[in-house]
Design a protein around this ligand. Sequence first.
Ligand code: RRO
Length: 300
Amino acid sequence: MEFHFMNAAGSCKQLADVEKLARSAVTEITAGSITVEPRPGNSGNVFWDDGQGASLNSLGLPNGGLPYYREHLLKMAGVAHGGHKKLRVSIAPFSPDEVEPLAQLAAEHMVDSIEVNLSCPNVWKGKVQKSVVGFDAALSAAYLDLALKSAGVVRPVWAKVPPYSDPSQLAAMAEAVTDLDTRYAGRIGIVACNTFPNGFAFDHGPKPAITPNCGLAGVAGRAMKYIALGQVVQFRALLPPHIPVIGVGGIADGDDLADMLAVGAVGVQVNTAYTANGENLRVFTDILHRYVERTAPAVE
Ligand code: RRO
């Protein structure tokens, strides 16, 4: 199967971000997540890393919405393709009727694959937190079905799922995806997993590390590595072999990539290691380099 090596959505929102990632070692650039309406995102400290590879974020889905991507998405795809990378767009619909316009936008602008974000933990209306769609397999299947219908006949659709602590919820999602696969002929895959909802940290003092929502934020990076590996192991055991799984969570060096591939992932997404290192593109090169050093036979 094709090897997928990319940034995770969240670190690429605008044309300039695609232009930058087009010069990196990724095979594929993930842009988004994008919503129907433009969103300013949260304010204050919205990303924090603990200096040991773990992070918290509450970005709050900042993005330019349909107006920005109608204007810039074709150029984003052209820039990615010019750098010999695929362009994946992560869409974040807030209701079933938002799936079609977002998926169609991607389909009409040379985007190579669509990721349906079923798992953003950071959407609040005042003090009320929006529930995470990916914990409801039936509702997730409805979103994915609409995305597959709107995405054009050949374009793959990936479900970005939350980390499941209840194995029966994970099994229900695996079953829903397997069922969709029988109807959409090998066009669906799983990206496991998004951040763990509602973590909290102090920033070496009395204040929460993250400003919005009393400091509650998605947990990522090193803190997620063993959870993400476990999610991939479980999905691999439940899914037919041809349905691909991409692993996300704590990929920061060649060993992490090797571990993800060893449990059956077809590739990885990287976020904390990239963001916490000032979005230095070397992170991607170093991961691949160390992976090759670790796995390649010695040349005499
Ligand atoms: O924007 C965010 O706050 C965000 C999103 Br959409 C997501 O999918 N996962 C995450 O940790 N943060």
